[in-house]
Structures are given as C-alpha cells and as structure tokens.
Design a protein around this ligand. Structure first.
Ligand SMILES: *Cc1c(COP(=O)(O)O)cnc(C)c1O
Length: 412
C-alpha cells in the first residue's frame, strides 16, 4: 500500500474498485509558511553530493567564501560566527558571549519571538525587563528612551529587539531603537534578531549602530534549518564576558586558527554547500533587487487583504503599512476560520499556510510566509488559492482581492 504525504491512500489493495476522493492538491506544493521557506532547486542540487573531505580542499574554500557574503548581507564590516543550530542557538550564542548570570537585559517585545528571546535570557540566569508593545504595533521609541533613562545605575547590558517578529508580522525600526538609546545616553549593546528579515528587508548593521545581530539560514536564506549566525562588532567583542564555553565562544568561530574551530567540531557540510548556492542566487539578483521584490510582493498581499476585508472580518494584523514586514503577513478572521482556511488550502490545493502562532484564539489567525525564493506567480497563486478557500469555507469577504494584487504586480 502506497501512502501519500498527507495520508491519503493511493493504491489500496481493495477488492472493489471504489473511487478515491478527488483533490486538486497534487502537483508542486507551496510551503508558504514563515520558515522554513521554499528551497531553490539550485540549493537542493548543491546539497545532493557525497560527503566532502573536511580536512582540506573545496569545503574550506566554500566556508571562507561565505563569510564576506554574509557580512555583505548584514551590511557590516564586523565579524560573523556560524553555529550548527537553529535560530534558538543563535539567540543563546548572542547572550552567552556578552551576558553573565545576574546581568540585566531589556527586551522590546512585539510578538511571540521577542518573548521567546526573553525566555532564553531568563533560562541563562539573566534578569529580564520586558517592554511589551502588544501584537499589532511597533516599538514605541519614547518608552525605550524612558526605560533606559530610568536605569541610572546602568544595569542594562543589552537591548534586544526583533526587526521582524514572525508571529505578528510587525517590523520594527531598528535604527530608531539606536536613536532612542542614544537619546537616553545609555551605552547598552543593541542586539537585533533578523531571523525572518535578513535577505528580505533592508538591514544596515553598521549604519544603524547595531552591535550584535542574530539570524538563521532557513528563512530569507533559503537553506534547510540548521545554521545560526551571530554578527558582532568591535564594541560587542570588547564586552565579552570572562566565562563562555568553548562551544558558544564566538571568537574562535570568527577568527579560527584552524578549520575545525569554525564550527567547534564537524562542519555542517551540506548546509554549507546549500548556503553557498543560496548566497550565489542573492548575489546574481542583487541585494537591492531582492529587497525590492519582497516589497512589491508584500504590497500585493496587503492589497488583496484590504479588499477581502471590506466584506467580512478578515483583516491585516498590522494597521500601519510602515510597520509591516516584507517577509511575513499575519491575517486575522473569526475564531475557527483560520484553521478551516489553512486545512482547505493544504488538502484541496497544495498550499501550506502558517498557523496563528502565539495568538488568541490561534484558530482565528493564519500567516503567509513570503520570504526568499518567492516570485509573482507564486504569490498570485497563493492569493487566488486563499480566495478560493474563502469561498469554499464560506468565509465572508469582498470579491476582487486578486484583481487588487494583480494591479500591484502590474504596476511594478
Ligand atoms: C524563526 C525565528 C526564530 C527562531 O528560529 P528557529 O530556527 O526556529 O530556532 C527567532 N526569531 C525570529 C524572528 C524568527 O522568525
């Protein structure tokens, strides 16, 4: 008996020739969740090879070639350390290098991921102050300045903020956070989480005065989950704590004396080949063009949602377009409708949408991941599928969302 991915039986040893339910989902599926993202064929091909020699040769050249390209993406002349781990590993790495138990950090939370980084900090024995800006609004800079001014003893070692909080689709003005810190005359480190925005939204680490930035490879960088990146500047390096395990220590990874130190152990060989191919795609397209593509596709999604919302409860989570991510969009409806729509899109049309992560009630929400290897036909297909799902699931909405999205694409 051959069973398909979604559990449907294809050839059952059945005595009668009872017909199987028809589905329109067969064909190339689209995983439109906010990470892991769609992997380009070039990335898949690059990874489909025998294990390389890890002691010398091509792999060493590949790793050496990745570092300048990663720094170019982050727009920094600082250092980058690569960890074999997911984004959570990068979170821990960032804290482990510059904070000791008992130190204080200030977290600016605009969704589940800000709170997640805070939770990681608590687990490391840090004292965590959270400024919570809710789930629909960006960081309010006046509150940041006030909180830092109130810290007259200078206890706060670092300010942590997500550029894009993937659970809400809120995008924060990271340069504005630096300005708010400067306005308070506070010398804490500024640490930014760009997991969901690197290679999608503009991020200028050096120009914006960011000291530490964390990212992963499975979102804008189109590679299977498993690599975490920590970028750090000289100021952050100067604040390294005295006691950090050799595994978390970012210095040997950024400045190895021997290849082995890059990864403190066996290199994640195939991920590195995949990442090389992904960075080549970004270089060929040009980072400016990559970001412009994400901006237009995001606007097409918003345009469709705005029209649909005129005929029902459907609404974009983030009201102000200036505060919206260009890589993930969170959409709210009535309780139950989000799950119903997601199920229909996946099982009837081959489109997998993101869950209402961290929202209440979660089944009223869904998210569209539009990061990395995504083009106009994929987004138009995704939106048209959602519109079909709205009709099929009897979810009230205004017709014409696809037309509005098409106009955005056409005008670009
Ligand atoms: C995905 C994500 C993370 C966590 O990354 P994992 O690879 O799932 O550990 C952290 N922060 C943000 C903003 C993310 O989007």
């Amino acid at each position: 008996m051959l069973t398909l991915r979604r559990g449907r039986v294809l050839f059952a040893a059945k005595p009668d020739n009872e017909s199987l339910p028809m589905s329109l989902s067969q064909g190339r599926t689209y995983l439109a969740i906010p990470g892991p993202s769609v992997m380009p064929d070039a990335v898949l091909r690059a990874m489909h090879r025998a294990s390389p020699n890890i002691y010398e040769g091509e792999l060493h050249d590949v790793v050496a070639s990745l570092l300048p390209d990663l720094k170019a993406l982050a727009q920094t002349t600082g250092d980058v350390a690569i960890y074999t781990g997911n984004g959570h590993a990068a979170w821990e790495a960032s804290l482990a290098n510059v904070c000791a138990p008992g130190d204080t950090v200030l977290v600016l939370a605009t969704g589940r991921f800000g709170h997640g980084w805070a939770e990681m900090a608590r687990g490391l024995g840090l004292s965590v102050d959270v400024l919570d800006f809710g789930e629909q609004d960006a960081v309010d800079m006046d509150r940041v300045t006030a909180a830092l001014k109130a810290d007259s003893a200078g206890l706060i070692k670092a300010v942590l903020v997500c550029q894009t909080d993937t659970s809400t689709g809120v995008r924060n003005d990271v340069a504005g956070v630096r300005a708010a810190m400067d306005a308070a005359g506070h010398d804490a480190l500024l640490m930014a989480d760009c997991m969901a925005s690197l290679g999608c939204d503009n991020f200028a680490m050096d120009d914006w005065g960011v000291d530490v930035m964390v990212a992963g490879c499975q979102k804008g960088l189109m590679t299977p989950a498993g690599l975490g990146f920590v970028f750090f500047n000289a100021k952050a390096a100067g604040r390294q704590v005295g006691r950090v395990s050799v595994w978390w220590n970012w210095q040997p990874r950024a400045h190895p004396n021997m290849f082995y130190e890059y990864f403190n152990g066996t290199a994640p060989t195939h991920h590195l080949y995949g990442l090389r191919a992904a960075l080549d795609l970004i270089k060929e397209e040009g980072l400016d063009n990559v970001m412009a593509r994400h901006a237009v596709l995001a606007r097409a999604i918003w345009a469709a949602c705005d029209v649909w919302g005129q005929g029902g409860a459907l609404r974009l989570n983030v009201k102000d377009p200036a505060n919206r991510s260009h890589s993930v969009t969170s959409i709210g409806m009535e309780p139950g409708q989000g799950d119903k729509l997601r199920q229909w899109c996946e099982h009837q049309a081959g489109l997998t949408l993101g869950i209402g992560l961290g929202r209440e009630p979660a089944d009223a929400w869904f998210r569209i991941g539009h990061m990395g290897h995504v083009n106009a036909q994929m987004i138009l297909g995704c939106l048209a599928t959602i519109e079909a799902g709205l009709i099929a699931c009897d979810i009230p909405h205004q017709a014409g969302g696809i037309r509005a999205a098409a106009e955005v694409i056409a005008a670009a």
